[in-house]
Design a protein around this ligand. Structure first.
Ligand code: 13P
Length: 256
């Protein structure tokens, strides 16, 4: 992590928990104070209650997905404007579970990124390679292609509004984590790609988070890497204690 970028820690609650559990988890985060920015991504049906609980807190709320459409006859979809209206400030785009389970491709991700940014939502764009792609030596190419294709509609990059999450698919929910060296290597390459596509100062300002089995025990080793600016946490974000312990790992590094 570089001290010129404020760390960002995201909690992706995925499809876990009922309404009471979402309220209780949000309540346990409501008083959190951190050097890092904190954002949680609850299931859609709990967004209303979670944004209510966290309204006066420092914890931001985001959606796990957003429609590429402005409004209209799009059954089951949720527009950026609806999310903003409900108190969200962020959305994930291109999470690997959506790419792989629902067949979302880069051009759909690009449409979502463009729409969300246009409407005023901040975007956390997720990229990552599968195990087969890594073993074939293609990880960098795959991830770079995902990045450039998904940003196709963005002619400029506002680092305050767009963050990246590098989440190797083989590390998600498996207990396997990329080594800090491999993760740093990929983050540095992503930043270089951003610099080539945009400019050095936007690339330097853009937060690139690591995701994939991040836990309190491995967070510090990852967050000390110069190009790792935070974490996108799945399983460990379902407990306030472990989520905040990961945020404190960012804190101890930033203040050291
Ligand atoms: P886990 O932390 O459960 O591996 O999930 C990572 C993830 O997919 C966050 O978006």
């Amino acid at each position: 992590m570089d001290t010129q970028r404020r760390p960002l820690i995201g909690g992706n609650w995925k499809m876990h928990g009922d309404g009471d559990e979402a309220i209780s988890l949000a309540n346990s985060l409501a008083d959190a104070r951190s050097v890092a920015e904190l954002v949680v991504f609850p299931p859609f049906v709990h967004l209303g209650v979670v944004t209510d609980v966290l309204a006066d807190s420092e914890v931001m709320v985001g959606a796990q997905d957003v429609s590429p459409h402005e409004s209209g006859a799009h059954t089951g979809q949720t527009s950026a404007r609806m999310l903003l209206d409900c108190g969200c400030t962020w959305t994930l785009v291109g999470h690997s579970e959506r790419r792989h389970e629902l067949g979302e491709n880069d051009s759909l991700c690009a449409a979502k990124v463009t729409r969300a940014l246009q409407e005023g939502l901040n975007v956390m764009l997720c990229v990552g390679e599968t195990l087969e792609e890594r073993e074939a030596g293609n990880a960098h190419q795959v991830v770079q292609d995902q990045l450039l294709e998904s940003l196709k509609g963005c002619s400029s990059l506002d680092p305050g509004r767009l963050a990246l999450a590098y989440e190797p698919v083989w590390a998600i929910g498996t207990g396997l984590t990329a080594t800090p060296e491999d993760a740093q290597d990929m983050h540095q390459a992503l930043r270089k790609t951003l610099s080539g596509r945009y400019d050095a100062s936007s690339a330097t300002g853009c937060r690139i988070l690591y995701g994939g089995s991040v836990k309190p025990a491995n967070a510090a080793a990852l967050l000390t890497c110069p190009d790792i600016d935070g974490a996108l946490v799945g399983g460990a974000s379902l407990s306030a204690d472990s989520f905040l312990a990961i945020a404190s790992a960012a804190e101890s590094w930033t203040s050291s």
